[in-house]
Write a new protein. Sequence first.
Lengths: 333, 319
Amino acid sequence: MRAAFQEIGKVLLLVTIALPASAQQPIIGLITKTSTNPFFVKMREGAEAAAKKHGARLVSGAGKNDGDNGGQVTAMENMIAAGAKVILITPNDAKAIIPSINKARAKGILVIALDSPTDPVTATDALYATDNYRAGVLIGQYARAALGTKPARVATIDLFPGHPVGAQRHNGFLKGFGLNAPAASVNTLGSAPEVVCMADSYGDQTRGQTAMENCLQKRPDINVVYTINEPSAAGAFKALKAKGKERDVVLVTVDGGCQGVRDVASGAIAATAQQYPVKMAELGVAAGMEFVRTGKKPTGYTDTGVNLIAGKAIAGVASKDVKTGLELCFGRK
Amino acid sequence: MKHRLLALGTLGPVLALLAACAFFATRSERFLTGDNLSIVLQQVMVVGVIAIGQTLVILTAGVDLSCGALMALGGIVMTKLAVENQWPVALALAAGLGVTTLFGCLNGLLVSRLKLPPFIVTLGTLNIAFAITQLYSNAQTVTDVPAGLTALGNAVQLGGTSVVYGVILMLGLFAFAAFVLSQTAAGRHVYAAGNNPEAARLSGIATRRVLLGVYVVAGLCYGIAALLSVARTGVGDPNAGQSENLDAITAVVVGGTSLFGGRGLVLGSLVGALIVGVFRNGLTLIGVSSVYQMLVTGILVILAVATDQLSRRLAQRGA
C-alpha cells in the first residue's frame, strides 16, 4: 500500500516539474459556432497550425449547434479558468455572448471576434471577418451580367429571420444586382418588384430544396436564384433540375467550400463568393501573440477578403477560375 | 359528449387540413394543381415514414427522440459504404437498414427489459447516433451516390402528374401499418400494451415482447426514411434529421395520437405531417414568411393535446 502511495507521489512530483514547461506556452482559446461544420473545422486547423508556429497552445471549444449560446458561454468560462491570455470567438448569438466577453476582458484577456461580429461590434477588441455585404454585391453583379438584358425574376433562398450575415449577403446581392437595397448596417431583408419569391433555408440542403420547390410552384419562370450558402444552393439545384430548369437559371451563392467550388466546376452553381476561414484564424493568433509579447491590442475591423469564383468569366466582372478556387477552398479537397 | 370529443380527436386534424387547403386554394390558383400537391407529398414523405415508427412508439405511451438522428446515421452508413467502400447497392442499403433497426432494438431492450423511461433512453441514443454519424462521416456530406440508392426519387406519370416512387412507398407503408394495427392480433396488442400494460399482461399478452417489437419496427422505419431522404436530396447528409426529429413527434400529436398511449390512428399522423407540409408550401405561394407555419403548428399541437386530455377526463367521469 505504502509502495503504491510512493509511486503516486513520484508521478505527482514529475507532473509538477513538467507543468512549468508547458505553462510557459501562452494559451490561446478558440470558440467556434459548431465543431462539425467544415468551415469551422478548417478554421480550427488553421488556428492550431498558427499557434504551433508561434509557440502557443491552442485550446478549442464550440457551441453544440448553430445558435447555441450556452455552449459558447461554458467554453468561455473554462478558457478563463484555464488561464487563456487570448480568446478568439465566432459568436453564435451576437448579443447574448457579450456579458461573458465582458467578464473575460475585465480579467485582461484579449477577445477577438472571427467570422461574425458581436452586436455592438465594439464588444470585442477586434473583428477579423469576411465582408458579407461585399460578398453579396459580387455575386449580384455577376448574376446581373450573366442574365444579360433579359428581365429578371429573382428568388432568394435565405438563412433565417434576423441574422446579420443572412441580411448582409441578401441585401448585398440586391445591391450588386442593381436593385433597390438596404445599406450594409440593416439587419432586415430588403425586397424589390423583381424579387418574386423569398424563402428560408436555414442554410440547410434539404430545406433549401424544399424552399426552391415551393418558389418554383409560385413562379415557374424564375431565372435568377440567390442562396445563402452552398449546401442550400445544392438543394436549390436539385429542385431546379427536377423541373428541367437548371440550364435556364443563374444560380449564385456564398462560401467557397471545396464542395461548392466543385459544384461551380460542374455548372450547377454559376458563381460563388469565396471566404477564407484560415486567414481569419491566422490573423487572430498572430494578433494574440503580439498582445502576449508586447501588450499591444489590435482594434477595429479587418476584412479577410472575398473572391468571386465563377465557372465562366464574364467581361466587366472580375472573377477567379475554379482552379484557383479549389486551391483556396475549405473542406475536403 | 364523450363520443363527440373522441370523434373530434380523429376528425379535427382532417378538418384543419381541409380548411388550410381551402384557404390556400382561394389565395393562390397554383395551390390545388396536381403538380403542387405532388411537391407537397414529396416534402412530407421522409417525415411521414419516420412518423409511422413514432406513432407505434407513442401508442405504447413512449416517445422516440432518436428518430431523426437514427435516420441520419442510416443515410450516412448506406451512402458511405456504397460510395467509398464500393459495396453493391443492395448490401449497402441492407447495412443502413440494419444499423437503424439494431439501434431500435437497443432502445427496445433498454425500455422493455431494464424498464428505463423511453424519454431518457432515446435521448441517450439520439446523442450516441449523432456522434457516431459525425465521427464516421468526418462531418462531410457524401456525394456521387449511385443511382440505385436514389431510385425512389424518380417519378412516374399518373394522369399527367408526376408522382415520386418514394411517395407511393410512403402511402403503401401507411396503409400497411393501418391494416396491421387495426386488423391483426399483433396490432391490437400494441394498443392494449399502451392503454393498460398491467391489464394487458394479465390477459396473457407478452407486453415486454410487444414493446421490444415496437422499437425494432420503428428503427426499421427510420432506415426506410433514410433511404427516402437520400433519394430526395441525392446525398448522404450527416446533418439530416435534425428538424425531422421534432417534426415527426409533432405530426403524430397533431394527428390525434394520445401521448398517454393506447389511443390514436396511424393515418392521423399522415394528416399531421400533411398539415405542416401544406402550410410551409402554401405560405411560400402567397408570399408570407414560413415562421407562421411554426405558429400554426404550435397552436395545433396544444389543441390536439387539450382535446385528448379533456376526452380522457370525461371518459373517466363517465366510467
